[in-house]
Design a protein around this ligand. Structure first.
Ligand code: APR
Length: 171
């Protein structure tokens, strides 16, 4: 079983094979982690994203990391949370699964996720983290090449949530 861990920090600083971006359907940048990744990667990232022609919610697309320490960026678009009965859980699961599938296809060894949809898209952090940890741990069973998955938490609160959920898995 690959190593699953939570860290507190800025995902743009992580030296992993791929960091995941919580983007929007245009893939043309935005605020939050999307803005941070585009600022750190430089202009070439936007140029590369322009060629992708957008991304459906729940899907994932890969670009180089350019000026980031990470080799690649996997852009995924999370659902906007309404009340949890509009398909949001399945779409959020799909973000994690499709990002891991892309990493596996490119034989990547390490990947870091932000807490997708828990900022501007208003997904309740604990519900989102449960989906993230559950989907990642079950998807990894069939992904032998992946060695390390990091949940990069921008706040202490998110870190506590993820550490509690990961405890039984790492026991
Ligand atoms: N590193 C790690 N996590 C970060 C960083 C960072 N540098 N900056 C923000 N975050 C965290 C937020 O604290 C939140 O927990 O990422 C999580 C996702 O929040 P958002 O970035 O707001 O993303 P999301 O809720 O998925 O909304 C996406 O916001 O920025 C726009 O273009 C984006 O329209 C899209 C929407």
């Amino acid at each position: 079983m690959p190593e699953l861990r939570a860290v507190h920090g800025d995902i743009t600083t992580l030296e992993v094979d791929a960091i995941v971006n919580a983007a929007n359907n245009t893939l043309l940048g935005g605020g939050g982690v999307d803005g941070a990744i585009h600022r750190a990667a430089g202009q070439q990232l936007l140029q590369a994203c322009r060629k992708l022609g957008g991304c459906h919610t729940g899907e994932a697309r890969l670009t180089p990391g350019f000026e980031l320490p990470a080799r690649y960026v996997i852009h995924t678009v999370g659902p906007v949370f309404k009340d949890g009965t509009r398909g949001e859980p399945d779409l959020l699961r799909a973000c994690y699964r499709h990002s891991l599938e892309l990493a596996q296809q490119h034989d990547l060894k390490s990947i870091a996720f932000p807490a997708i949809s828990t900022g501007a898209y208003r997904y309740p952090p604990l519900q989102a983290a449960r989906i993230a940890v559950d989907e990642v741990s079950s998807a990894l069973v069939d992904m032998p090449s992946l060695e390390t998955v990091i949940f990069c938490c921008f706040s202490e609160r998110h870190l506590e949530i993820y550490e509690k959920l990961l405890e039984p898995l790492n026991a």
